[in-house]
Design a protein around this ligand. Structure first.
Ligand SMILES: [Zn+2]
Length: 101
């Protein structure tokens, strides 16, 4: 198997090429690509999770009421360092997702 045969296989031209080599090559490339996509996805998900879990601060936050709708926050969210209620946080995340894409 010369290097010339290999490149024609990769381009999908050599129909008479060794089928084992063809499939191996394709699997390797797809695997590589999928892995890269997966890694970058994991990185962005992790980053987002860190941002979501980090205690939030805002000059207008009074420590009790939702920053956006002024509804009092439940203790669970206050203890997590959240400054918005569940609904406002959800809306905010939808907006952020739209901005980032
Ligand atoms: Zn709210």
């Amino acid at each position: 198997m010369s290097s010339n045969d290999y490149s024609s296989t990769k381009a999908g031209i050599g129909s008479s090429a060794d089928p084992d080599l063809l499939s191996n090559d394709e699997v390797y490339d797809e695997c590589d690509q999928a892995q890269w996509v997966q890694l970058s996805e994991i990185a962005s998900i992790r980053k987002r999770a860190e941002q979501m879990n980090a205690p939030e601060r805002h000059p207008d936050f009074d420590g009790i009421h939702c920053l956006d709708c002024d509804e009092p926050l439940v203790k669970g969210r206050l203890s997590l360092g959240k400054i918005r209620c569940v609904e406002c946080q959800r809306i905010l995340e939808i907006k952020q997702k739209q901005y980032s894409s």
